[in-house]
Write a protein that binds this ligand. Structure first.
Ligand code: MRU
Length: 350
């Protein structure tokens, strides 16, 4: 069985070939790289050439389907699944996708089952994004100035994105919506990637340095904050790109509504609270300098020490509402255990 051709902003599957848009090089170069092995996918995930919680899961699943199509030995493929499952520790979507691929690979007709499963994971992610976009857009009013952090758009998912999916849909159906884009140090996913998406969609935006959100909120220039998530614990605490918690504290202080947008695949019902979410630690060089299509620069003393947690955890008490594919939920809903059932969402288990 041959997998059908699949296309998203940052992933393409064409006649047996998996192509990944190299997000390192955006926004200045749009380079597609062929990914053929577990080692290549692992490196691409770890270096953030492919990134975003839902996309790394879907990308890894497509690579596994590729290995099946190539006729690789069954046990090697299962080992590859186990290895990819651990490529990054915080985004639970990768683990969910690899677990589903492992189940498919253990069926009697494992070739057909795993290829079908990868296709479903891709298409389900698109459907989940569309559902979140329509649920979240209903929260936005005409002329709202929205603030977002990191990149939670079509570069981070197979579909229209999570937080950026909401923002894009709101911009389509409301008048005068505009966006403050946090540049998102250290890897600049906002200034490079969200800005690239805003340009392509024609959505009015301004990039701000991460430390500018406070004074903007103080001046009454932010109406709502929408962010994505890499893992939501059962009690509603969630991990997202480092700097999200800063924004939550600021939004709380200035009474600006703060929304987290994520699909059911980001919920980890087995994780009781945020303190149990593993936080990825990354290289010091990402803090002491920067690297991209523009080259590599280091601005700190050669031996400078640095600390680089890639994510932080925002407590549930700071969230106005959780925008999921299945609906918009408040802290009350979360405390009644609503997240425990979300991974059984019809779209996901179809
Ligand atoms: O390190 P990254 O760029 O993969 O981090 C991505 C984020 O933190 C996003 O905000 C998150 O994945 C949610 S968006 C789909």
């Amino acid at each position: 069985m041959i997998m059908k051709n699949l296309t998203s902003t940052a992933l393409r599957y064409e006649s047996g070939k998996l192509l990944v848009l190299d997000q390192h090089l955006l926004p200045h170069q749009e380079t597609w790289r062929v990914c053929q092995t577990v080692e290549m996918m692992e490196t691409m995930i770890q270096t953030l050439q492919i990134r975003g919680a839902p996309l790394i899961g879907v990308g890894a699943a497509l690579l596994v389907a590729c290995l099946v199509e190539q006729g690789q030995p069954h046990n090697d493929i299962l080992d590859g699944v186990a290895r990819l499952r651990q490529a990054r520790p915080t985004a639970v979507n990768l683990m969910h996708c690899m677990d589903r691929m492992a189940v498919a690979l253990r069926q009697q007709n494992w070739q057909v089952a795993s290829i079908t499963c990868a296709e479903e994971l891709f298409e389900q992610d698109q459907a989940l994004c569309a559902a979140m976009a329509s649920n979240g857009a209903a929260l936005v009013k005409d002329n709202d100035r929205l603030l977002t952090h990191c990149n939670a758009g079509s570069l981070a998912t197979a579909g229209v994105g999570t937080a950026i999916g909401v923002i894009t849909q709101a911009w389509r159906i409301r008048q005068g919506v505009s966006v403050w884009v946090d540049e998102t140090r250290p890897l600049l996913q906002g200034g490079r990637l969200t800005a690239w998406e805003m340009e392509r969609a024609g959505i009015p935006y301004q990039i701000i340095c991460d430390n500018m959100a406070a004074s903007l909120m103080q001046a009454g220039k932010v109406d709502k904050v929408f962010v994505g998530s890499d893992r939501i614990a059962a009690n509603g605490d969630f991990a997202n790109k480092v700097g999200t918690y800063n924004l939550a504290v600021l939004a709380h202080f200035h009474a600006v509504p703060f929304y987290v947008v994520a699909p059911c695949t980001t919920v980890d019902a087995n994780c009781k609270s945020g303190e149990h979410i593993p936080i990825e630690q990354r290289a010091k060089a990402e803090v002491t300098g920067v690297r991209g299509s523009f080259g590599e620069v280091s601005w700190s003393p050669e031996k400078a020490d640095a600390f680089n947690p890639a994510f932080d955890v925002t407590p549930a008490s700071m969230v106005t509402a959780w925008v999921l594919d299945s609906g918009v939920y408040t802290l009350n809903d979360i405390q009644r255990g609503i997240l425990k059932g979300t991974s059984k969402n019809a779209l996901f288990t179809r």
